[in-house]
Design a protein around this ligand. Structure first.
Ligand SMILES: NC(=O)c1ccc[n+]([C@@H]2O[C@H](COP(=O)([O-])OP(=O)(O)OC[C@H]3O[C@@H](n4cnc5c(N)ncnc54)[C@H](O)[C@@H]3O)[C@@H](O)[C@H]2O)c1
Length: 364
């Protein structure tokens, strides 16, 4: 694990100062993180590993499909973390873990994300719906105590939600198979809760960023902007640049996941996990320029047909009130950590990044 990442996580851990009851709750637990080699999952694995301590175990199941090298990039090498490569669509891979007497599951694996699902709609549904159903079934059979589902704000609220987006609104106006599958995922989680009593929590993430995410054709704005800027490639912006997103530092999301699993008040419910602040896309580009000491060019492109959201802003009051969610990282500090991580890991990130010729997530 790289120095910048370790320091970022350690300093976050000090600042977030989890209450004693939560720390004791996690001690010695066995936790399965599915998609634990990914951008958010790898940060979660590190934090959970601290919390469960030497007597606990973090199991990680991941098919390593998310980058060109098919490797876990900058993954924590810790004595209480057990990694096995496997696919949630494969019963044999799954059974290996469900024999381990696991307490909680954090399900973060997904066929990521919007454009990828437009290009490969069947694969997207196979992972995000069929894979999820297999996990929920096995969770019932092996009496999992809590199942945390990584849902998605952009999928649940569609294009016409009133800002800030609140949990009681849902939209039928979804524009990609990914969004449809994530919405269906929440509905399946709710079904397993109501019908079988599985203790499920739907955590709706908004635009994660931070150390751990490798750029690529199907990846998010921030890692791609940093990558292009560091390599002197003009940044393609679809639209005017005045569009906004609720960018959320990855460790704030991890904090929300950890607290939502601990709380007794979350069962069968859905919560936004976000920063609760809007940032314009053009501002992201300008801030990256300042941190890198450059003036990169912008190429404005027309808006992608599916990308109909001019603004995204979440209300985070429900998560605050219910389980004390408290995002503590400012956008600027988070971005600076993110860039430090890119600089330290530049070689491996360059090797793992996948932009096939003529294609870019930002222009299709
Ligand atoms: N990153 C965001 O901004 C964001 C926003 C909303 C929701 N989410 C959701 O949060 C979760 C984590 O996102 P992320 O950014 O860490 O994505 P990621 O792609 O970095 O991580 C997902 C991990 O799942 C693994 N995976 C994919 N298919 C699999 C399969 N069939 N079997 C086993 N492993 C598989 C991948 O190899 C990857 O390591 C996803 O469910 C995503 O839909 C993310």
């Amino acid at each position: 694990m790289s120095k910048t990442r370790e320091l970022a996580i350690e300093s976050y851990f000090q600042k977030v100062n989890f209450e004693n009851k939560l720390v004791n709750f996690y001690k010695g637990k066995k936790i399965l993180v599915i998609g634990g080699a990914g951008a958010i999952g790898s940060n979660l694995v590190f934090m959970l590993s601290e919390l469960v301590g030497a007597k606990g175990t973090i199991y990680v199941l991941d098919n390593l499909s998310t980058n060109k090298l098919h490797q876990a990039i900058d993954f924590p090498n810790l004595s209480n973390v057990l990694f096995a490569k496997g696919d949630i669509k494969n019963d044999q891979d799954l059974k290996r873990f469900f024999r381990e007497d696991i307490d909680f599951i954090f399900h973060l694996a997904a066929f990521f994300a919007n454009q990828n699902s437009i290009d490969y709609p069947e694969s997207s549904a196979n992972t995000d719906i069929i894979g999820l159903i297999k996990l929920l079934d096995l969770s019932i059979l092996s009496k999992i105590k809590k199942f945390i589902y990584a849902s998605s704000g952009c999928s649940i609220y569609g294009s016409y939600g009133k800002m800030p987006l609140k949990e009681d609104f849902i939209s039928m106006h979804l524009t990609t198979p990914y969004q449809i599958n994530k919405m269906a995922g929440e509905m399946y989680c709710n079904f397993y809760h109501h019908h079988y009593g599985l203790d499920v929590v739907n955590c709706r993430f908004f635009n994660s960023f931070g150390p751990g995410e490798v750029p690529g054709q199907y990846r998010n704005v921030i890692p791609n902007f940093i990558y292009w800027s560091m390599n002197g490639i003009p940044i393609p912006i679809t639209g005017s640049g005045n569009e906004t997103r609720d960018f959320t530092y990855v460790l704030d999301l991890v904090q929300g996941l950890i607290k939502s699993c601990f709380s007794n008040e979350t069962s069968g419910k859905s919560f936004n996990l976000a920063a609760g602040k809007e940032t314009k896309i053009i501002k992201v580009k300008e801030k990256i320029d300042i941190l890198l000491g450059i003036r990169n060019k912008v190429k404005f492109k027309s808006v992608r047909r599916w990308d109909t959201k001019k603004r995204l802003l979440a209300s985070i009051n429900l998560a605050k009130k219910t389980f004390g969610y408290n995002p503590i990282m400012s956008f600027d500090e988070g971005l600076s950590h993110n860039i430090d991580w890119f600089i330290e890991n530049r070689e491996i990130i360059d090797d793992a990044t996948d932009f096939p010729p003529g294609m870019s997530s930002a222009i299709r």
